[in-house]
Ligand binder design. Structure first.
Ligand code: PMV
Length: 343
């Protein structure tokens, strides 16, 4: 009996692979109250997507390796220095929490065509949080995983959960209450997000830099932050009622207010291109024709359109026929981040 009472250290698997879907915010996160801990200035609300994210394998090696450094690959090739450094800093958090000092092998692949031109840091850090913590021998709750993922990227905290998810701003200075929680499971509402790709390549200004510049120079930033709580409350009610028109109205308002605050920064931050505006016009025309379709835009020029699953083909065709729209993806709600292989 006494032996059973002795706390044992959980065994550490050799290698863990986790998968997470990316997410698109319907009530946007834009601005931090603490940059070091990635604490958001306000809450946000998002939809996690299926078949559109990252798969990450992590193995902590007990040997020191060639140079004792973590080895990070992306899409089968060594990752670029910036990405590898971000991953190493994240692994340091996991190592210090687990009390280990092993270096790691990390292999990340995006489960989305890279040519889509959509950022995947949300899915990437959610998958890394799940895989690295488990490979380090930690057993974290979904809420603890969300808190950990947030340290990699603010939006990654939401990708721990499937379906519709709310991220709380939290009030504690250590960030322990700045975590996401699920609102509606992936199969609870049959909606789609149609993503109109309007440009190739990387965005010009990273969200971290853009948020900081907006917070420090935009006269509209305080008004933006003050507006989020009411949008969250309306969005929660719309979700509970499965009211697409109400949720869509909040999503458009939130995206436009976020971009308005960024456009008013100094120097200005303008992510849109002519095709972005053309796609917005298409959405408004569809709506004038009686179809419930609503746009949102992140830190880039692409336009994501929320609609009922039954209308997705029509929305896709209308967006694809819009001048300068390169292609359109139709994405369904997706599941929680999960371990897909452990050995
Ligand atoms: O998680 P980050 O630092 O990449 O910021 C995400 C910012 C937006 O995508 C524009 C909005 C959001 O809530 O996801």
């Amino acid at each position: 009996m006494t032996n059973l009472m002795i706390p044992t250290r959980p065994t550490r698997p050799a290698s863990v692979t986790a998968r997470a879907g990316t997410n698109i915010a319907l009530v946007k996160y834009w601005g931090k109250r603490d940059a070091a801990l990635n604490l958001p200035a306000a809450g946000s609300l998002s939809l996690t997507l299926a078949d559109f994210g990252s798969e990450t394998a992590v193995r902590f090696a007990s040997d020191a390796g060639d140079d004792g450094r973590d080895r990070v690959s992306f899409g089968g090739a060594p990752a670029d220095a910036k990405f590898a450094d971000r991953v190493r800093r994240f692994l340091d958090l996991v190592r210090s929490r687990a009390g280990i000092s092993f270096r790691a092998d990390v292999a990340t692949t995006n489960t989305v065509p890279t040519a889509a031109g959509l950022a995947s840091s949300a899915a990437g850090f959610a998958a890394l949080a799940v895989a690295a913590s488990r490979a380090a021998g930690l057993r974290l709750s979904p809420s603890e995983l969300s808190e950990l993922a947030r340290r990699g990227s603010g939006s990654a905290a939401r990708s721990i959960f499937g379906g519709f998810v709310e991220m709380q701003a939290g009030t504690r200075s250590d960030g322990s209450d700045a975590v996401a929680h699920p609102l509606l499971a992936e199969n609870a509402w049959d909606v789609r997000l149609c993503v109109a790709i309007t440009a190739q390549g990387e965005k010009e200004i990273s969200s971290t830099v853009a948020m900081d510049r907006t917070a420090t120079t935009s006269p509209y930033y305080p008004a933006w932050v003050a507006s989020v709580a009411a949008d969250l409350s309306t969005a929660r009610q719309a979700l509970a009622a499965r009211d697409l028109a109400a949720l869509g109205a909040v999503a458009e308002r939130s995206a436009l207010r976020m971009h308005a605050s960024a456009i008013a920064a100094d120097p200005h931050i303008l992510y849109w291109n002519p095709a972005t505006l053309a796609a917005i016009a298409t959405v408004k025309r569809l709506r004038a024709d009686g179809l419930l379709a609503y746009f949102t835009i992140d830190a880039g020029p692409h336009v994501k359109v929320l609609c009922a699953s039954a209308d997705a083909a029509k929305v896709q065709a209308a967006l694809a026929a819009t001048p300068a729209v390169l292609r359109v993806l139709v994405l369904a709600p997706g599941p929680d981040a999960t371990i897909v292989n452990e050995s």
